[in-house]
Design a protein around this ligand. Structure first.
Ligand code: ZN
Ligand code: MN
Length: 136
């Protein structure tokens, strides 16, 4: 899977440096919705010389090419999600953990308001705030 995504990045014109590959590795299949700081800390363990700017710029480039989602659900920091398929998120208000919710609500949404008639829903993202199983 990682090999496939690295090939895809290459096709999209990413310059593949060892540090960038380390960032791709960190993100590949990562479901923890890390912040830029988390990614920096994680990659630094393997590449102690990597700079925060390199990590940040790589994530922004991935975001611009549609390879990671930038989540704005935390007012303190942005979180990143390598899973760009349509899904929703749960946010624990005690430990701030962000979880995935794969459920298609679109077909359940009935737009009753008159001013919305003729509006076609193309995508939606719902944030569910509450308490996670670990914190309960
Ligand atoms: Zn929690
Ligand atoms: Mn997610």
């Amino acid at each position: 899977m990682l090999k496939e995504s690295i090939l895809r990045y290459k096709e999209k014109g990413f310059k593949l440096t060892p540090q960038r590959i380390a960032i791709f590795e960190y993100l590949d299949g990562n479901t923890s919705h890390p912040s830029a700081e988390d990614i920096y800390k994680g990659v630094k363990e393997k590449y102690p010389t990597i700079s925060f700017a390199t990590v940040y710029n790589t994530i922004q480039a991935l975001r611009d090419k549609g390879e990671v989602l930038e989540l704005m659900i935390d007012s303190k920091r942005r979180h990143y999600d390598p899973n760009v398929s349509p899904h929703h998120h749960t946010i624990c208000m005690k430990c701030n953990k962000i979880g995935d919710m794969f459920f298609d609500f679109a077909e359940k949404v009935v737009l009753r308001d008159e001013h919305l008639s003729g509006f076609e829903v193309l995508s939606s993202q719902i944030n569910f705030y509450g308490t996670c199983g670990d914190c309960l």
